[in-house]
Design a protein around this ligand. Structure first.
Ligand SMILES: [Zn+2]
Length: 253
């Protein structure tokens, strides 16, 4: 497709779908999807567009040498690396969600087995349901080691905050019985505080800004480490209560 904007504005639904059907590579399909055609994102027209996009995406993956790494979703049947999973009928919406969660774990475990990182496996799973052709680029990058998993439970420099150091003192933190935060010393002499969680490709991380310098570090955490940090977050008085609680247990023993 080589349309200038004026021509593109005139794209009818038929031309738009035709562009997708004519695509023979993932890049061509992506260009066809991005072609400016005004359409709704729900309703019968959107269903029709989604169906064509999905079908063409699957065919492009099928013909590609790396296509076997792209999970193929056909109704309740999912195939990846030659292995097939059939999603059980869930019964109610919770059951359906649970069933799809299980298939996600299955797909990611197969990809991990075949050498993909957790981050890459998550991204592939995240895209395969609606935009399978986009998975090809993810697979290619993953095979070039472009999606390394983060090292866990280790501080990594993230960025310098343009807002400067956070305005929060150790004394304030100790006085806060409800929302006290875990803290650790910073190399600059200030103190870093747990400033909240983020989530990235199935990994949880904590932001650790400092109250004396503007360097923000993040720490990707295991569930145990997150629990440990959050235990320290529960305010100073409750931490003292827990400590005395443990002491009492020790005495009993
Ligand atoms: Zn600092």
């Amino acid at each position: 497709m080589n349309l200038n904007t004026n021509e593109a504005e005139k794209l009818s639904l038929r031309q738009y779908l035709g562009g997708m059907l004519a695509a023979t590579t993932a890049d061509e399909l992506e260009a066809a999807i991005q072609a400016p055609h005004l359409h709704p994102f729900s309703g019968p027209t959107w269903s029709r567009i989604s169906k064509v996009r999905d079908q063409r995406g699957k065919e492009i993956c099928e013909a590609h040498s790396l296509g076997k790494f792209v999970p193929r979703v056909d109704g309740r049947t999912i195939t990846v690396c030659g292995e097939t999973y059939r999603v059980a009928r869930g019964g109610n919406s919770t059951g359906v969600r649970y069933a799809w969660h299980s298939v996600g774990e299955f797909v990611q475990s197969i990809l991990l087995r075949d050498g993909f990182t957790k981050r890459a496996a998550y991204r592939i799973w995240d895209n395969c349901g609606r935009y399978p052709h986009r998975c090809l680029a993810i697979v290619e990058s993953a095979l070039k080691a472009k999606y390394p998993d983060p090292q866990l439970n280790r501080l990594v420099f993230a960025y310098r905050s343009s807002a400067g150091p956070i305005r929060y003192t150790v004394a304030q933190n100790e006085a806060d019985s409800v929302d006290g935060r875990a803290s650790r010393p910073c190399g600059c002499g200030g103190t870093r505080f747990d400033w909240g969680c983020g989530f990235s490709d199935s990994f949880t991380y904590i932001s650790w800004p400092c109250n004396a310098c503007n360097a923000v570090y993040i720490e990707y955490v295991t569930p145990d480490r997150l629990e440990e940090i959050r235990q320290q977050c529960r305010g100073v008085p409750s931490a003292k209560t827990r400590r005395s609680g443990r002491a009492a247990t020790t005495r009993k023993i």
